[in-house]
Design a protein around this ligand. Structure first.
Ligand code: GDP
Ligand code: MG
Length: 179
């Protein structure tokens, strides 16, 4: 296979409480910008980006929520067929961290690929009003067999890595992305 051939399109979800910075992380990753007045996304939408990982080209369709996560009304079609998920909390909000378990339960209920790869992202590390330590994040991630990274959509730190490591792991997992 030509090493630059696009493998396939991967479906990646971004989930987590409202306000944790899901849309900001996506915007930082796809457009390398940050909008401090990031308005609630209108309608469930996704952005497409091609990523080069380990000599493989993967086309990502990254699904963002449209604020329905506030009422926990994401539909099964949002989850269907996803190979990877980015679960986000805000390191300055213990409440957002305490909701992670509920998000994993919902994911478990609706996802159709039960070996999908999960990445936990502690966002907003540029903000000094931290309520969740890195150790707490790491511990949760280990317990639930997730990859883990701390990030800031504002300063870019960790953002590219979060997506790259997730995609790398998906590509390394046989049977997950091949059709
Ligand atoms: P969503 O509801 O999860 O999609 O969150 P948004 O992306 O809409 O972000 C919610 C708020 O947090 C907005 O005011 C963003 O500007 C802010 N925000 C997002 N990411 C960061 C970050 O890394 N650092 C800081 N300081 N603020 C952020
Ligand atoms: Mg949003």
């Amino acid at each position: 296979m030509d090493e630059h051939e696009v493998l396939t399109t991967l479906k990646i979800l971004i989930i987590g409480e409202s306000g944790v910075g899901k849309s900001s992380l996506l915007l930082r990753f796809t457009d390398d910008t940050f909008d401090p007045e990031q308005a609630a996304t209108i309608g469930v939408d996704f952005k497409v980006k091609t990523l080069q990982v380990d000599g493989n080209k993967a086309k990502l369709a990254i699904w963002d929520t449209a604020g329905q996560e506030r009422f926990r009304t994401l539909t099964p079609s949002y989850y269907r067929g996803a190979q990877g998920v980015i679960l986000v909390y805000d390191v300055t909000s213990k409440a957002s961290f305490n909701k992670l378990e509920q998000w994993l339960n919902e994911l478990e209920t609706f996802s159709t690929k039960h070996d999908l790869i999960k990445m936990l992202v502690g966002n907003k590390i540029d903000n000094e009003r931290r309520e969740v330590s890195k150790e707490e994040g790491l511990k949760f991630a280990r317990k639930h067999h997730m990859l883990f990274i701390e990030a800031s959509a504002k300063t870019k730190e960790g953002v590219q890595c979060a997506f790259e490591e997730l995609v790398e792991k998906i590509i390394q997992t046989p049977g997950l992305w091949e059709t």
